[in-house]
Design a binder for this molecule. Structure first.
Ligand SMILES: Cc1ncc(COP(=O)(O)O)c(C=O)c1O
Length: 470
């Protein structure tokens, strides 16, 4: 056996008691035997050398040699000259294999769900470079818990990026780095509750998980109607709320972009009613018909909590999000973050800071925007052909379109037929706040479909729609 294999330290959970009861050797034997029988140690697993285990337990080496000899004689361990002792093949215990996800079911033929970007375009090389650079330059102090608001280089980099690209008034001291938008919203909801808020408005329709986050924090969700121009001002006037969650850049899930007069009316309402808005700037990086409109936060940084995420620009797996918080809320939100998890992973934060500062996100988005735009145009052309009776909306921005079908279609039946054809699909159903319901509508994401496969995907989708009506 190679020298490095025998010299790698291995640890096992064994302890001995010197209370005059059983001998030290028999205690070691019993624990290792039990571990093998229970499957905690499996055939082929290495165990510590006799020298190492003796040192770990503070016993004479001959005690461990004796115990290992007994276990080898019983067929639990394999001992060979010069090789690390290991659990014998003959000791193989039938270990129940963890439930494996059904790969066929997990990989649909066409993934039309609007949740994720095209992660096959994730800039692995550039990210790796930034990770290496982070590890090379981080000090020992940087490897501690750090400021709960997040690593300073990232708060500075986000402040510059958000100011430049989204018009956010983002002093680095007011930036709080989070594990995605979902955590960010939870932190703000708990802060608002502690300050006396009880009722929080959500666009109707809106993402059910985000409503659950608010409810879990202790707030009561109040529906606020939206239409093709975003949140409705008359609905806001009627809503008796202390706070509001909005997706102005691309209403989720209708895809409406908040119209200019609505933005002005909304800001006026905020000031009159002294309400705090959480601006979920999800999808803001993808605007196709014209240049993106800046974030609301830039117009009223004392009442708007800005929230962003890397989930749609890079990958949900990063779990990186950020808040820009009004000055009066910074300490409380930072405290919530500290209580939640003592801060987001520091090495990734430093890597992301480098990624932003080097302009890698700008480069990545320029490339992806062009690819998504081609996907969107192709999708629209194919839908017009294959489902001419549908009304397609929400296409000015984001990574999905809403496809409204005439009354009489049943979303559940379409989902069933889609599944039979290997299509993963989302419909509007779960997004409405009960008892509201709307016309049958499909949410068709185009980010995860390679552009050349879009015609086939739309044909299969149209087949599912037709079959559902039979
Ligand atoms: C409306 C909306 N905002 C934000 C997010 C991003 O959440 P996270 O950053 O936690 O991945 C999602 C993800 O599904 C979403 O649907």
């Amino acid at each position: 056996m190679a020298a490095d294999e025998t010299s790698k330290p291995v640890e096992v959970l064994v302890s001995v008691a010197r209370d005059g009861g059983r001998t030290l050797g028999s205690q070691i034997e019993t624990q290792l035997r039990d571990a093998v029988r229970a499957g905690r140690l499996r055939a082929g697993d290495r165990v510590p050398s006799t020298r190492d285990l003796a040192a770990q337990l503070g016993v004479a080496r001959r005690v461990v040699v004796g115990a290992y000899g007994q276990l080898a004689a019983e067929g639990y361990l394999t001992l060979r000259q010069g090789a690390r002792p290991c659990v014998a093949e003959s000791a193989r215990t039938p270990v129940p294999s963890p439930a494996q996800p059904d790969r066929a079911a997990a990989t649909p033929r066409f993934d039309l769900r609007p949740r994720a970007p095209d992660v096959s375009g994730f800039p692995r090389t550039e990210w790796l470079r930034c990770l290496r650079e982070a590890l090379r330059t981080m000090t020992n102090a940087d490897l501690g818990y750090g400021d709960p608001r997040g690593a300073e280089p990232l708060r500075w980099a986000l402040s510059g990026y958000l100011g430049r690209v989204r018009g956010v008034a983002a002093d680095p001291g007011r930036v709080v780095v989070t594990n995605g938008y979902s955590q960010a919203q939870g932190l703000v909801c708990r802060t608002l509750l502690a300050r006396g808020a009880r009722r929080i408005g959500f666009e109707n329709p809106s993402h059910p998980e985000q409503r659950r986050i608010a409810e879990r924090a202790g707030l009561t969700v109040v529906p606020v109607a939206v239409d093709d121009a975003g949140v409705r001002l008359d609905a806001l006037e009627r809503a008796d709320v202390d706070a509001l969650v909005l997706t102005p850049a691309h209403q989720h899930p209708t895809g409406a972009v908040l119209a200019g007069d609505r933005r002005r009316g909304l800001l006026d309402w905020l000031r009159r009613r002294d309400v705090v808005v959480i601006e979920d700037d999800y999808d803001a990086e993808y605007r196709y018909d014209r240049a993106a409109v800046g974030a609301l936060q830039g117009l009223d940084p004392d009442r708007v909590v800005y929230a962003g995420s890397a989930s749609k620009t890079l990958a949900p797996a990063l779990r990186l999000g950020w808040l820009v918080v009004p000055p009066s809320m910074v300490a409380a939100v930072a405290d919530e973050k500290d209580l939640a998890d003592c801060g987001t992973a520091q090495i990734e934060q430093h890597a992301f800071a480098g990624f932003l500062s080097r302009g890698e996100l700008d480069r990545h988005l320029r490339r992806m925007r062009a690819r998504y735009r081609r996907g969107r145009d192709r999708l629209l052309a194919e839908l017009a052909h294959a489902l001419p009776e549908a009304t397609v909306r929400g296409i000015a921005a984001g990574l999905h379109a809403t496809v409204e079908l005439p009354d009489g279609y049943d979303e559940h039946a379409i989902l069933r037929e889609a599944r039979r054809r290997g299509i993963d699909l989302t419909t509007m159903h779960g997004f409405w706040i009960p008892p509201t319901a709307g016309p049958p509508t499909l949410l068709v994401g185009y980010a995860q479909l390679p552009v050349p496969t879009i015609p086939d995907a739309v044909r299969a989708l149209a087949d599912a729609v037709r079959a559902s009506a039979r």
